[in-house]
Write a protein that binds this ligand. Structure first.
Ligand code: ADP
Ligand code: MG
Length: 557
């Protein structure tokens, strides 16, 4: 029985027209989404030359009979939408009946399909919208092969980027679809090499783990909430697990990958007070909204949506994440105020130490040029340290200071002793990161990070600079990958950018409390820097108030 009807003219006009197929990755997305709508549990994607030569998507879904197989290439031919009412109650990935017709008009397509439980199917070839061959063909599920994309539209073809760039876009789309549909198995083969094999997962947590690995997941906290017509399941950065780029930020609405700056803003705001201005949280947000409350038909590639009540959703997302982060912070604060070990007690002033001086004396009499070894200091919160000496009061941001010191060490290649790890460390990356990191491994080697491919999107780290031994190497590789992808601005070098990214990972993070000796060392190292006053991102490292300035502030002069 034919499932497909032609959408009537009046409704056609209500469906926004637009360019659906921009590049190979758009074909991949549309074909995967068709397979999803067909109830597939296994989807296999194969590409050659970044999808320019071939894109082939095979599934084990419902398939089509020969009548539907011919009709599906017509414009506005769909089995998913029949009335205006349906347009505002969309529960399928596709609904406009335009993907296959668009793809077929700009490439050479072969469709082989058979209805479920019937092995005799049909094979149809269409070149540039013209039917070339229709044959009986044994089949199971549906396979769509798209060859020579834009062969008849050279102007479009010209805009395609090099194969590796197009491939990265494809990987992004496959990753998004795999995240959004954890119960479907995905296999991805590029240039005859199986690059991704993600079996069925029992939930989102497992799917994130399959793609990014355990260690990545450890840095995230799960946030779930529910209200009328709206639920959120999400995995977001824990307290200090921030990144240098936005490359791990995903929003899905009813399992559809969506871009929405306002929801992203709601997440950033939830981290207010914890997130340095040039750092970014990781987030995977899965929102489910009653289909009548959101319009998916506003963007040609369905990347954007319109909400009935945007503010309501903004507040919902913001509150859900903020509440969890507040809890996280309270736990953190408790930990911070718990009795520290003897040598980590902040040296507010060590009266029993004969070399220490009472405050007044320290401030007014010791106008020494260098900080004394026994300098009194006090922690203000978990980031700032107030130090007396040099004839005044210095406030330092110890994260920023550490970043500056390491950055310069990395850049100059000094004091970066790298040694072989006794137990080489396996690090699971996403497929895209894995590819990029291996391509650029020589750059990392310059910083003392030596690694090799270990298969299955994993690298094996064999050597690390001593200063990075305790660092979050997964985070470093991930940030380095996004740095290689994003490229650099003309006035900086990749070495500088990379040094800044790596330095900021090792720098003393929130929960570390430095002891006397460490503070003295930190100040001595800072003093030896070329640019001691700013961290590599431009934030101040230290602010000094001279006694004269303090006197002025207190209106004593
Ligand atoms: P839409 O997905 O918006 O309906 P498409 O042009 O992508 O439009 O597909 C047209 C129709 O072809 C679909 O509605 C569906 O009935 C059928 N179809 C496409 N791909 C498949 C597939 N992989 N398995 C079964 N049916 C499919
Ligand atoms: Mg479709």
């Amino acid at each position: 029985m034919a499932q497909i009807k032609i959408i009537p003219h009046d409704l056609r006009n209500k469906i926004a027209a637009g360019e659906v197929i921009e590049r190979p990755a758009s074909v991949v997305k549309e074909l995967i989404e068709n397979s999803i709508d067909a109830g597939s549990t296994d989807i296999k994607i194969e590409v050659l030359y970044g999808g320019k030569r071939l894109i082939k998507v095979s599934d084990n879904g419902t398939g089509m009979d020969s009548e539907d197989a011919l009709l599906c290439f017509e414009r506005y031919a769909t089995s998913k939408l029949f009335s205006e009412e349906d347009l505002f109650n969309i529960r399928t990935m596709g609904f406009r009946g335009e993907a296959l017709s668009s793809i077929a008009s700009v490439s050479k397509v072969k469709l082989v399909t058979a209805p479920k439980d019937i092995s005799q199917g049909v094979s149809i070839e269409i070149h540039g919208g013209e039917v070339k061959a229709v044959k009986d063909s044994p089949s199971f599920g549906t396979t769509v092969e798209v060859k020579d994309l834009f062969f008849n539209t050279p102007a479009r073809k010209k805009f395609l980027k090099k194969n590796t760039t197009e491939l990265l876009h494809i990987i992004d789309r496959v990753t998004e679809e795999a995240l959004a549909h954890y119960s479907i198995g995905f296999t991805f083969i590029s240039d005859n090499y199986e690059t991704m094999n993600i079996p069925f997962a029992s939930g989102i947590r497992e799917r994130i783990m399959q793609i990014y690995g355990d260690e990545f997941l450890d840095g995230l906290i799960e946030v779930n909430a529910e209200t009328e017509n709206l639920t959120i399941q999400s995995f977001v950065s824990k307290g200090a697990n921030f990144r240098n780029s936005k490359s791990h930020q995903f929003l899905f609405i009813n399992r559809r990958p969506i871009r929405d700056p306002s929801i992203a803003h709601a997440v950033y705001r939830a981290y207010e007070g914890m997130l340095p201005h040039d750092r970014h949280p990781v987030f995977f947000l899965f929102l489910s909204i009653e289909p009548g409350k959101v319009d998916f038909n506003v963007h040609p590639t369905k990347r954007e949506v319109r909400f009935e009540d945007k503010e309501y959703i903004y507040r919902f997302v913001h509150n859900a994440i903020r509440d969890i982060m507040r809890k996280d912070r309270i736990e953190y604060a408790v930990q911070f105020t718990e009795a520290p070990s003897a040598d980590s007690i902040p040296h507010f002033l060590n009266i029993s130490d004969s070399s220490s001086l009472p405050y007044g004396a320290a401030l007014s009499e010791h106008l020494e040029l260098a900080y004394k070894h026994y300098l009194p200091f006090i922690y203000l919160g978990d980031t700032f340290i107030a130090i007396s000496g040099k004839g005044g009061l210095t406030l330092i941001d110890h994260h920023a200071v550490h970043e500056r010191i390491l950055y310069e060490k990395f850049l100059k290649g000094i004091d970066i002793d790298s040694s072989q790890l006794l137990f080489p460390k396996q690090v699971k990356l996403s497929h895209k990161e894995h590819r990029i990191i291996l391509e650029n491994s020589s750059m990392l080697r310059d910083f003392g990070i030596d690694l090799d491919d270990f298969g299955h999107d994993t690298v094996i780290v064999r050597s690390l600079p001593d200063v990075l031994k305790e660092a979050d190497i997964r985070g470093i590789l991930s940030d380095s990958a996004s740095c290689f992808i994003e490229g650099i601005s003309p006035d900086t070098s990749m070495r500088e950018v990379l040094a800044a990214k790596i330095a900021c990972h090792k720098s003393v993070r929130g929960k570390t409390i430095l002891n006397q000796e460490e503070v003295s060392q930190l100040l001595a190292d800072l003093g030896g820097c070329d640019n001691p006053d700013n961290c590599p991102h431009g934030r101040p490292t230290r602010i000094f108030f001279s006694l004269d300035e303090l006197k002025k502030m207190f209106k004593r002069v």
